[in-house]
Design a protein around this ligand. Structure first.
Ligand code: PHB
Length: 361
């Protein structure tokens, strides 16, 4: 059994290889400040080998979802501190996912002064929930100026520093699922003709600048990256183009010596497409997390095959705060019932029992 073995993540000792994936839970305030029930929520799940806390905006412009948290001011930092403390007090480890929504947001959800920005003025298809008007089409982003791109890199750096001050063990830069760095990678959202668009090298530039600056700010042992080749966000790209850009990116990443690379295949039911896993294992030298509807059995198999070093579980961690103990003891998992996942309160958040409580022990 490898899944329950310890793992040394660039000096951070993880109690198992069971990782809690970042999960949108939308409990923060309207101005994107974490709330006290999030202390209980994360503390309940502290037996995960590593918690990757939910997508959190590094910028006033990047909190485009209602009630997602941010970390770009002191009030937010103070609100995250009791969360990281409670996880550490229980022996857990916790990273924060830095998620700039870019064009995947609505201006009504942003704090005062925020602007919906993207590489180009091309909107995301579809609708999202907003504070005042229910569902609305995504706001058409304004194409970022070069200055705004530089500022955005600085915002990531600031957020990296605030994350460490707020007690996180490290940060995961979210370049998956169509969020800002992914918007730069994709031709369907990036039609720029300057040094941030066009060639593969140019489309990777923003992400590589964010990674480099983040590593310089807090150390590469505390910086990780999430990507999702072939996710729903990439479906408008030519498959050969995706292979080319991600193959190139993976080789570029080796120079940074990141804490880990996190590959998500959420929304993509056909694992046969993921030949890139093999390419990754052959060409990428760092630790790899795979995430995408694994069970205990398939996770163990993936580790035995050496497809990955760590496996992340998402939705199962919502209803099973004690997922690791359930795996250890072969206890059954609670069913995934989405009904109350996005209430603003404790319901569907902190009210899932531990199996020992179910047993009445
Ligand atoms: C979502 O809130 O739907 C969401 C957020 C982050 C992801 C994927 C989906 O990476």
């Amino acid at each position: 059994m490898k899944l329950l073995d310890k793992f040394n993540l660039r000096g951070l000792s993880l109690s198992s290889r069971v990782i809690m994936a970042p999960l949108t839970r939308r409990r923060s305030t309207r101005t994107h400040v974490p709330v006290p029930i999030m202390v209980d929520y994360y503390s309940q799940r502290s037996s995960a080998g590593l918690i990757i806390a939910e997508g959190c905006s590094p910028s006033v412009n990047g909190a485009g979802y209602a009630n997602m948290p941010g970390l770009y001011n002191d009030e937010q930092k103070e609100a995250w501190l009791p969360i990281t403390n409670s996880v550490h007090n229980k022996g857990g480890k916790i990273y924060l996912q830095l998620m700039h929504t870019g064009r995947v947001g609505h201006v009504n959800n942003l704090d005062k002064g925020g602007i919906i920005l993207g590489p180009s003025a091309i909107s995301q298809e579809g609708e999202l929930s907003t504070y005042d008007f229910d569902k609305q089409p995504y706001t058409v982003p304004r194409a970022m100026t070069i200055d705004e791109i530089k500022t955005s890199v600085e915002e990531y750096v600031n957020c990296c520093r605030l994350s460490i001050e707020a007690g996180f063990d490290g940060v995961e830069l979210h370049s998956a699922h169509g969020y800002l760095p992914n918007q730069f990678l994709n031709q369907s959202s990036n039609t720029r003709t300057d040094e941030y668009g066009g060639s593969i090298e140019n489309r990777m530039r923003f992400l590589l600048e964010v990674i480099k600056s983040s590593c310089q700010a807090i150390g590469s042992d505390k910086v990780a990256l999430r990507i999702s080749p072939f996710s729903y966000a990439d479906t408008k790209e030519k498959p050969t183009e995706i292979l080319n850009i991600y193959s190139t990116l993976i080789k570029e990443l080796n120079q940074f010596n990141l804490a880990y690379l996190h590959l998500s295949h959420m929304g993509e039911p056909d694992p046969k497409k993921f030949k890139l896993w093999e390419e990754l294992r052959a060409n990428y030298t760092g630790a790899l997390i795979l995430c995408g509807d694994f069970t205990k059995e398939t996770a163990e198999k993936a580790l035995q095959n050496n497809d990955a070093d760590l496996i992340a579980f998402g939705r199962d961690f919502i209803a099973n705060p004690d997922l690791v103990e359930r795996f250890k003891n072969d206890w059954p998992l609670a069913v995934r019932d989405r009904t109350n996942w996005y209430t603003l309160g404790e319901e569907g958040f902190t009210d899932f029992p531990f199996y020992k409580e179910v047993l009445g022990a």
